[in-house]
Design a protein around this ligand. Structure first.
Ligand SMILES: *[C@@H]1O[C@H](CO)[C@@H](O)[C@H](O)[C@H]1NC(C)=O
Ligand SMILES: *[C@@H]1O[C@H](CO)[C@@H](O)[C@H](O)[C@H]1NC(C)=O
Ligand SMILES: *[C@@H]1O[C@H](CO)[C@@H](O)[C@H](O)[C@H]1NC(C)=O
Ligand SMILES: *[C@@H]1O[C@H](CO)[C@@H](O)[C@H](O)[C@H]1NC(C)=O
Ligand SMILES: *[C@@H]1O[C@H](CO)[C@@H](O)[C@H](O)[C@H]1NC(C)=O
Ligand SMILES: *[C@@H]1O[C@H](CO)[C@@H](O)[C@H](O)[C@H]1NC(C)=O
Length: 310
């Protein structure tokens, strides 16, 4: 009875086939890999996890029995429902292992019996797995000058290559070809997004980003004195950068300007504070001080609102 007959009577044949095949190759038969004569089989079969692997074994009409074995079992029908017979012809005996997983990796043997002489050939099944980032640092907020350590752990087969890149328009393109990215004495220019990329050529690289916020005390970049004629609208502007963004306060000489003072408007935004005099009078002229502060410190700048001919 051939294997073709078995397809029609699976259950009875399952036992018969498995028993026949079990006696085909004595345990411990040395495997001659790269047997150039017969049977001929591929050396390496590479598939991705979850895909199907086809193992082909060439046969001819001298062959009376043929089987595919892995390290421990005869594969077709005997054990694993993922193994299906793909071709059983006069020239080929092929099986397919469906939904391949990493534990399927390893050597497979095609065992052929011709005139009572068993012959074997081996293929090596290589299972590839797309990269996957399994652990990555959380977004972090750090004071300028501090040390930052970012971690990115990824799995995959073959082992993925891990790189870190600084994504930022003003970035200096910092690169680390390692799971760990260490930044000592971080500067405000080094704030922004850091991208971890894991690649192993099995599929597109996997990327994930970590946001690094660098805190620093306010720095007043612009505070100009302004000349305004009496009766006109006057504006004093105080520009400051800070992380977290600064709180602003205004003083005239030593006196703090009250919010909602008549004829005066104070607008505070993340990067500036604007003082608007709707109708400048002589009393408005003088020395104004803008104080910008956050939890890391404060700074101030003074400017003069002075009279000018209208
Ligand atoms: C089969 O794969 C192994 C391991 O990846 C490799 O060393 C060997 O060169 C490959 N053989 C062939 C014929 O590609
Ligand atoms: C051999 O194949 C059987 C059926 O696919 C499977 O259950 C078993 O884990 C495999 N053993 C090895 C060592 O690969
Ligand atoms: C940062 O690292 C440097 C060098 O390793 C060390 O000298 C310094 O004390 C560290 N600073 C902080 C704030 O941990
Ligand atoms: C500005 O104030 C002066 C003096 O109080 C007043 O005479 C004038 O009408 C005001 N101008 C405007 C545009 O409100
Ligand atoms: C304005 O006031 C500040 C702080 O009180 C002071 O340091 C600065 O010299 C003054 N500017 C002028 C022009 O008086
Ligand atoms: C402005 O800064 C100086 C120097 O840091 C400080 O002595 C002064 O008190 C500050 N003025 C205000 C109004 O905060």
């Amino acid at each position: 009875m051939g294997v073709g007959g078995c397809l029609a009577l699976p259950w009875r044949c399952l036992v018969v086939l498995c028993l026949r095949l079990l006696f085909l190759v004595p345990a411990g038969v040395p495997v001659r890999s790269g047997d150039a004569t017969f049977p001929k089989a591929m050396d390496n079969v590479t598939v991705r996890q979850g895909e199907s692997a086809t193992l082909r074994c060439s046969v001819d009409n001298r062959v009376t029995r043929v089987a595919w074995l892995n390290r421990s079992s005869i594969l077709y029908w005997c054990l694993d429902p993922r193994v299906v017979l793909l071709a059983n012809t006069k020239t080929q005996y092929s099986i397919q292992i469906q939904d391949v997983d990493v534990y399927d990796e390893g050597p497979y043997t095609c065992s052929v019996q011709t005139d009572n002489h068993p012959k074997t050939s081996r293929v090596h099944l290589i299972v590839q797995v797309s990269p996957k980032i399994t652990e990555i640092s959380s977004d972090i907020s750090i004071n300028e000058g501090g040390n930052v350590s970012l971690t990115c752990i990824a799995t995959g087969r073959p082992d993925p290559t891990i790189t870190w890149r600084h994504i930022s328009p003003k970035a200096v393109g910092f690169i680390s070809e390692d799971e760990y990215l260490e930044i000592t004495g971080i500067t405000r220019e080094q704030s922004g997004e850091y991208e971890c990329s894991a690649s192993n050529d099995v599929s597109a690289p996997v990327v994930q980003r970590v946001k690094v916020t660098v805190n620093y005390p306010p720095y007043i970049s612009d505070a100009k004195s302004t000349g305004v004629p009496v009766g006109q609208k006057g504006i004093l502007l105080c520009e400051a950068s800070a992380v977290p963004s600064a709180d602003f306060q205004w003083y005239k000489d030593d006196k703090r300007l009250a919010e909602g003072q008549k004829g005066l408007k104070v607008e505070n935004k993340a990067f500036f504070s604007r003082l608007t005099f709707f109708n400048v009078s002589e009393q408005d002229y003088g020395n104004y001080t803008c104080v910008a502060s956050n939890q890391l410190g404060n700074t101030n700048a003074s400017m003069i609102l002075y009279g000018e001919r209208g």
